[in-house]
Ligand binder design. Structure first.
Ligand SMILES: Cc1ncc(COP(=O)(O)O)c(C=O)c1O
Length: 375
């Protein structure tokens, strides 16, 4: 099975550890083990953990804790994975075959562009419209999700727009899935990273066709343990588990233990509060920065997630502009084109304040000349 390059991930892994300022990320600056000690992490007891294999679908204890986040679910409705990306991958791998229809929104994270294509699926996209608060273009949606479509993918809150779907939009998406018999993968990895609104409503429970994927990488600020999960019908979870056995066998044993600390309700609340604080501080910095650029950048501030999708007022392609920022300023941002939308840059808002300020200053050094030549 051949797979095309996942452009954004490859661009990040090539440059993120080389540049001076990496503003291509999308989570908040990560927690340390020391910060977790304040939440019950005990280093001394960790030293005695035998470094064997862990339960391959996640320990019963962790799956039971995760199941509590999804009303009516039990441990059998949960598969613990190596990150949300493995969760998405296992769902696609277990359900998609040649000529199946697969629909996804753009802009998007784009993992589930290349994966279904590698499995031989017919991939269709529907656009999210900035003038409609980044909700789907419903005509395109209905064309993309036609009878016989096997699966639909949305991320809510969305990467890269940072927008959250309204209840009506969620209902409309689920109704169309029910009409056409398509599974809905709802990637909810940014839920819990809301700037000032309540926790994003989950698609969980709206239909048996809903499969939720999520993980610790964004709202919790713990990407390094690589813990994600799938919540779905038991039969579907069993099929994902079968794929898991042949790919990575199990999540890391230490990671499963760290996850059990992080998802405990009181600690979840602490992690989400920390994320919210970072977002609110950094959004103020980003707002001031955008204002100083005199209308060259337009954006709708994120409802959730440490990501700012900014439309710039020049004809330069986003890959060229991002490349200029990288080579001249040693600062990394994501060109919109890699996320399925041209004329935009995605800028990370989760860094330390001084790091963010200097990264933004450097980006502006390249945007000002582009603004002048556009004007
Ligand atoms: C929407 C979305 N899903 C999944 C992932 C991958 O997450 P993880 O680090 O948990 O594998 C990302 C990472 O940026 C993402 O934005």
């Amino acid at each position: 099975m051949k797979i095309e390059t996942f452009e954004m991930e490859r661009m990040q892994s090539t440059w993120e550890n080389i540049v001076d300022y990496d503003l291509s990320e999308s989570g908040v600056r990560p927690l340390t083990l020391r910060e977790l000690t304040g939440m019950g992490f005990d280093l001394e007891s960790f030293l005695d953990v035998p470094l064997g294999y862990s339960q391959s679908n996640g320990t019963v204890e962790l799956r039971e804790m995760l199941a509590q986040m999804y009303p009516g679910a039990t441990a059998d409705n949960i598969e613990v994975t190596n990150g949300t990306s493995e969760a998405n991958y296992l769902v696609a791998l277990s359900q998609i075959g040649p000529d199946d229809g697969f629909a996804l929104e753009v802009p998007n994270y784009m993992q589930l562009w290349g994966v279904p294509r590698s499995l031989g699926a017919r991939v269709r996209t529907f656009r999210l419209r900035p003038e409609q608060n980044w909700e789907p273009d419903w005509e395109e949606f209905e064309r993309a999700v036609e009878p016989g479509t096997r699966m639909v993918y949305v991320s809510n809150p969305n990467n890269p727009t940072g927008s959250v779907l309204s209840d009506e939009a969620m209902k409309r998406i689920v109704e169309r899935c029910e009409q056409t018999g398509a599974y809905l993968i709802a990637d909810e990895v940014y839920a819990g990273a809301e700037v000032s609104r309540p926790l994003t409503k989950s698609f969980w429970g709206m239909s048996d066709l809903v499969i939720v994927t999520s993980g610790l990488s964004k709202a919790w600020g713990i990407p390094g343990v690589r813990i994600g999960w799938i919540a779905g019908l038991k039969e579907l979870i069993a099929e994902c588990w079968a794929q898991h056995d042949s790919i990575t066998i199990c999540p890391g044993k230490l990671s499963d233990r760290v996850a059990r600390i992080a998802v405990a309700p009181e600690n979840r609340a602490k992690c989400f509060a920390r994320t919210r604080e970072v977002l609110n501080t950094n959004l103020r910095i980003a707002r001031e920065w955008v204002a100083e650029l005199d209308g060259f950048l337009q954006w709708r501030e994120p409802d959730a997630g440490a990501i700012a999708l900014m439309k710039y007022g020049a004809d330069t392609g986003s890959i060229e502009l991002a490349e200029r920022i990288r080579t001249r300023q040693s600062t990394l941002v994501v060109p919109g084109k890699m996320l399925g939308i041209e004329g935009f840059l995605r800028i990370w808002l989760g860094a330390r304040e001084d790091y963010l300020r200097e990264g933004l200053r450097r980006i502006a050094e390249e945007l000002r000349p582009a603004a002048v030549s556009a004007g």
